[in-house]
Design a protein around this ligand. Structure first.
Ligand code: NAD
Length: 429
């Protein structure tokens, strides 16, 4: 098969860090801590269903391109599959499978009745027009029509997708069903049953976790120096809320590089600048340019990686100066780097806790839709905050009583809940 084909086997280079292997290592560590039987670990280390579909898309110039679209359903032991859809050039089946597994533990940790799934297409959305993106989104969902649904599998936005793609996907599903089915996706626009508070939810959850972790150290957000990698949906919302709470956001970045200000950036002005400059932040007045590599190793109190996975690795871990790392992205710290940070006494608050605000408000959106009763933003934010704080407290309690890292504690709670449900449901046949 042609190696450029989307279906070519991705043969990893020696430097490749396999996200699925990493996810399984965390599962193994939790299974060991929980003394789970071999059968339970074996079941949980395999996704229940893996679907790869072919997406023929007509480009605006008339050419036909065939893309590969993945959807991995890891577990529905606790409820319908739930997970985002990512449009990013680095999407692979391994990555989607790892992210689907993380979703299972995240939902279980937060106590919401969902299983875990993830989807993705390996494209750079910037290389496609809006009408091409609409055709891709619609064909992808139409190929998956039998595998999704409000009580089966509920997609949501992730990197490279937003409420716009969710609206196209909801419409495609609904047209095929013959009636409106808003509950098939979350992260939708408000006009079709989206929830107030969803857009900022993941960033707000990150802010809550940073605030709680600082409070445990006798500190407050006011004056705390924070560097944030990524200025998209999650990074920009976290930056805005942390800035409003008095923290000093000394640096933020996008894939094209970042900006730094020793005394803190005015995030609202930076957002206005980015809006006027086609999402670019470079050239922002009152700030110096900074590379992503430099941003990660800045002297600061809190580091928030909010872009991609595998950003803090064996290569740069010894240069990291923050004492607290809050994983807003999924998998930004590799297994080895995590071990090195733990050995140095750096606290890493894991993705399955720190970025769970998005799936919590997705759940609240789904609940509002199913009950045909919509809440004001204050109620949505309050319910989310309560679930986030409870999860944080449970993780820290497990970490202290078992004398394990917050990451392992979070996995122990998430994996433990799924394992208990698996045990109670039993194995069919
Ligand atoms: P996004 O596409 O809105 O933003 C991603 C940001 O990362 C952009 O600013 C982009 O420029 C930047 N970026 C891309 N490549 C980079 C690179 N090589 N170096 C530095 N920055 C780079 O995506 P998002 O929705 O904000 O998601 C970010 C992360 O958070 C992902 O890991 C995603 O899985 C995770 N996450 C998102 C949500 C959500 O609700 N959107 C929920 C949970 C977890």
């Amino acid at each position: 098969m042609d190696q450029t084909s989307p279906f070519a086997l991705d043969i990893p280079s020696p430097a490749y860090i396999c996200p699925f292997d990493q996810a399984c290592s965390y599962l193994d560590a939790a299974a060991k801590e929980l003394k789970l039987g071999q059968g339970v670990s074996e079941i949980l280390s395999h996704p229940r269903k893996v679907v790869t579909v072919s997406i023929p898309v007509k480009r605006d110039n008339g050419e036909i391109q065939v893309l590969a679209g993945h959807r991995v359903q890891h577990s529905d032991i606790l409820g319908p599959y739930k997970g985002g859809i990512r449009f990013h050039p680095a999407v692979t089946l391994r990555e989607v499978s790892a992210l689907a597994m993380l979703m299972t533990w995240k939902c279980a940790l937060l106590g919401i009745p969902y299983g875990g799934a993830k989807g993705g297409i390996a494209i750079n959305p910037k290389n496609y027009s809006i009408s091409e993106l609409e055709r891709i989104s619609r064909r992808y969902i139409s190929e998956l029509i039998k595998d999704i649904g409000p009580s089966v599998d509920i997609p949501a936005p992730d990197m490279g997708t937003s409420a716009r793609e969710m609206a196209w996907m909801m419409d495609t599903y609904s047209v095929n069903m013959g009636h409106a089915v808003p509950g098939v996706v979350t992260g939708k626009p408000l006009s079709i049953g989206g929830s107030l508070g969803r857009e900022m939810a993941t960033g707000r959850g990150v802010m809550i976790i940073v605030r709680e972790a600082l409070a445990d150290r006798g500190k407050s957000l006011a004056g705390t120096r924070i560097a944030i990698q990524g200025f998209g949906n999650v990074g920009a919302a976290a930056a805005e809320l942390l800035h409003q709470a008095g923290a000093k956001i000394i640096a933020v970045s996008t894939g094209a590089g970042g900006v730094f200000a020793e005394n803190g950036l005015d995030i609202l002005e930076l957002q206005a600048y980015a809006r006027e400059n086609n999402r670019k932040i470079s050239g922002f007045p009152q700030a110096k340019p900074i590379t992503n590599t430099e941003l990660l190793t800045l002297p600061c109190d809190v580091l928030i990686p909010a872009a991609l996975e595998n950003q803090i690795t064996q290569e740069n871990v010894n240069q990291i100066q923050a004492n607290l790392i809050v994983e807003a992205a999924n998998g930004p710290v590799t297994l080895e780097a995590n071990q090195a940070l733990e050995a140095r006494g750096v606290t890493v608050l894991p993705d399955i806790l720190s970025n769970a605000g998005g799936v919590v408000v997705s759940y609240l959106e789904w609940v509002q839709g199913l009950s045909y009763l919509f809440w004001d933003e204050q109620r949505v934010n309050g319910e989310m905050e309560s679930l986030m704080v409870q999860a944080y407290r449970k993780v820290m309690h497990q970490s202290q009583t078992r004398k394990i890292s917050p990451r392992l504690a979070a996995y122990v709670l998430g994996v433990g809940r799924v394992a208990q449900a698996l045990n109670d449901r039993g194995l069919y046949p």
